[in-house]
Write a protein that binds this ligand. Structure first.
Ligand code: C5P
Length: 479
């Protein structure tokens, strides 16, 4: 609401209002007539004095970017906004308002430092619900709880994301509500960094930003421009509200719509462990990160997902039915029991061999034996069994981890295994793919080879799901 309208409807004079918030009548008159914009502190005071009726946004000129063609279709989303301690917190009030205008549910966490810039009262007035501030607040813990706060949303947005909050998140700290929620969430995380240009350029911040991106977080901004402090300019300004809205849409609705809705997708992930005796096993270096990321992306695109995973150290993806297995034989059994499916993606690094004999006791070292022989037999090929089986899903994708002649081997493997597509990657040691967070893959299809640039495993997963959905949609059109 315009300040002038609010004053009029409440019968308060500019002079009384000025006295109430500790400013001059002339300032209120200028603001009333839209001849000036309030300072951050003044906007805050007006917001509180009017119980949220007059927001900072009401002082923006109609032609400002915030009011331009609405960008960022965030409708229907549940957004958890974390406001950390930076002068740009001022813009977050406008962000809340814009989200709500778009039929978006907004819940807000304000850090302790954030409360030095915006108050829970003003945030609550705009958000329509009281913000959360304490990790051990009994109301929060009994009512919502930080775990539920972390889970019951489609995206977590940190705006402004300060250098300190980014450092904590990059290192897994969880000593306040904001960091605990960020660590516990399995929703996509969008960070809008805002800080002094020197702080942003500092190698530590750059390292943290890189690490957060590798962990799957998405950054919007910071932009170049004037800082709040006099004579400070450079890269560090928080992205503008329309940019953040567009990024929220991109991050929370990466597929535009639920492109795989109604499909059942089976995904295998991780290594398998083939027992030698009760305490030893044959394994490989697969971390399961790529397979799990694909499962997560498939679930976000609306599919019903069954993930069959070997032993890994990463959490089960949200919204996915995860079955934990040890050996290749167990994995085959779990996969076949999960059929029928529309799509199957075999990202697991299944051990080719298992020991022939099942040994019930630990094999002891004998003083006189210098050599020890293990007889290995071939494991079932899960991908091949399913791809050539009677219950074959409509679309089958295999993975190939190769250390040499990657493309040639992948093409041959696609044919031999009977899959539709094959995703090939070079796992030679120098590239650090196994266990790492990035991947450079080649997609071998029936028509050729696509070389994808190196990107985070989450990005590879998203792109693969989008490619599958596009392909199935085109297939349907041409059928
Ligand atoms: O033969 P190779 O292990 O290179 O084949 C890789 C592809 O085959 C992957 O998709 C992998 O998940 C799948 N595979 C399988 N069962 C095996 C071996 C490989 O499903 N026993």
């Amino acid at each position: 609401m315009k300040l002038a309208s609010w004053l009029k409807s409440n019968g308060i004079s500019a002079r009384d209002f000025a006295a109430r918030i500790g400013t001059t009548e002339a300032t209120i008159s200028r603001l009333k007539n839209a001849r000036a914009q309030p300072s951050f502190e003044l906007a805050e005071k007006i917001l509180e004095a009017t119980a949220g009726a007059v927001t900072p946004n009401d002082f923006l000129k109609r032609t400002s970017s915030a009011d331009a063609t609405p960008s960022g279709d965030t409708s229907g989303l549940r957004v958890l906004l974390i406001i950390a301690g930076g002068i740009a917190a001022y813009k977050s009030l406008d962000l809340i308002r814009r989200l709500r205008e778009r039929d978006t549910q907004v819940r807000v966490v304000i850090t302790r430092a954030g409360q030095a810039f915006v108050t829970p009262l003003s945030v609550g007035a705009i958000a329509g619900t009281a913000p959360y501030t304490d990790l051990f607040d009994p109301r929060t813990e009994f009512d919502v709880g930080h775990i539920r706060l972390a889970r019951d949303n489609d995206v977590v947005v940190v705006a402004p994301a300060t250098a300190d909050l980014m450092a904590k998140l990059a290192h897994g700290h969880a000593d306040d509500l904001a960091t605990a929620v960020l660590l516990a969430t399995n929703s996509p995380v969008l960070l809008a960094p805002a800080m002094n240009p020197q702080m942003w350029a500092h190698p530590a911040t750059q390292r943290n930003a890189q690490r957060l991106t590798d962990d799957g977080a998405v950054l919007v901004g910071p932009n170049e421009g004037e800082m709040a402090e006099v004579n400070e300019a450079g890269v560090g300004r928080m992205a503008e509200v329309p940019e953040i809205l567009a990024a929220v849409e991109r991050v929370a609705k990466p597929f535009g719509s639920k492109v795989l809705a109604g499909k059942h997708v089976i995904i295998t992930s991780g290594p398998t462990h083939e027992p030698i005796d009760p305490v030893r096993y044959i394994a490989n270096r697969s971390s399961g990160k790529q397979g799990h990321a694909i499962a997560q992306a498939a679930a976000r695109s609306g599919a019903r997902v069954t993930l069959v995973t070997g032993p890994v150290d990463i959490p089960d993806p949200s919204g996915v039915a995860t079955i934990h297995v040890e050996s290749a034989e167990d994995m085959l059994e779990a996969v076949t029991s999960a059929l029928p499916a529309d799509i199957a993606i075999f990202a697991a690094a299944v051990a080719d061999w298992r020991t022939q004999k099942k040994v019930a006791q630990k094999m002891k070292k004998q003083a006189d034996t210098k050599k020890m022989k293990l007889t290995l037999v071939q494991n079932p090929d899960i991908l091949k069994t399913v791809a050539k089986g009677s219950d074959r899903p409509e679309f089958v994708i295999g993975f190939a981890a190769e250390t040499e002649n990657v493309i040639k081997a992948a093409k041959a493997k696609r044919r031999a295994k009977g899959c539709d597509w094959l995703v090939a990657n070079d796992v030679g040691h120098a590239r650090g793919v196994m266990g790492g967070d990035v991947n450079a893959v080649h997609l071998v299809t029936e028509t050729g080879v696509e070389d994808w640039p190196e990107m985070g495993k989450h990005k590879v997963a998203e792109r693969l799901i989008r490619r599958i959905a596009d392909h199935l949609a085109t297939d349907k059109e041409t059928a």
